[in-house]
Write a protein that binds this ligand. Sequence first.
Ligand SMILES: C[S@@+](CC[C@H](N)C(=O)[O-])C[C@H]1O[C@@H](n2cnc3c(N)ncnc32)[C@H](O)[C@@H]1O
Length: 270
Amino acid sequence: MSEEFASSSAASDLGSFCGIGVGPGMPGLIPVAAWQFVQDADIILLPRAKSAKRSIARNCLPAHQIPEDRFRDFEFAMGSDRTLLAEHYSRQADEIGQNVCAGKRVAYLTIGDPLTYSTYIYILRALQERFPEIPCRTYPGVTSYSALAAATGFALGEGKERVLISPCPDARLELRRLIEAHDVVVLLKIGERLPMVLRLLSEMEIDDHCVFGAQVGMENEILRFGTSEMNAADASGYLSTMLIRRKPIESRHMVTATADIQEIGELELT
Ligand SMILES: C[S@@+](CC[C@H](N)C(=O)[O-])C[C@H]1O[C@@H](n2cnc3c(N)ncnc32)[C@H](O)[C@@H]1O
């Protein structure tokens, strides 16, 4: 914990709250500073969907290093009713706030980066609204798409390329427009839209330039280099991400070689 963060809480006997990105799959992907906070934390909150048996974030921590009694499952809300969601996050923020006011150090673990499409964003907002005096810090994490790029050697952006990060649209036409307007599209939250995405990439004849990853870094990881041979039924699911490149990568070696030839040609002409 930084001195500034520690002293702001020590001065008032407040504890502190920290959002921490882990994984997204491989155990041990966590910044050193964030890991120190987790080791010192009194309460480690593990957000978990109602349907999930165990928190994915928990599996991303180094094993057997933290006493069991510090972990607490924290069910996150699904659904589209904004009033119900707001009530849910307010209740959770109150629980966290009361613990921090009682001097506890509370860590909230998320998969990947906490401020990238994460329920942590709503919790943090509710907490800051209801307990403005509480010291909050967010440690960034490795996003799912960075992990997929690293696993497949896919360059997310070179030179002046424009990169878009987007949840997968429902409509094929909308996705097509996004791809046409960018050099690289990072597609999250694909789920059951995968067959539509695969059809579109094939129709645009760009399926060779794309990579797909599901459960990246986990035991059941699926990686595909090029998507033309993919079977949607084998690879759909909640944790899937795609990196779409509109054009094939130009080889730098080829570009340099062509430039050299032109220079030589011009020299010979003069
Ligand atoms: C709620 S968002 C969370 C994003 C996360 N905070 C991040 O930094 O990437 C869930 C989406 O992240 C992506 N995702 C998360 N973990 C993943 C993994 N291990 N492999 C592939 N995609 C993953 C999927 O697109 C999934 O639909």
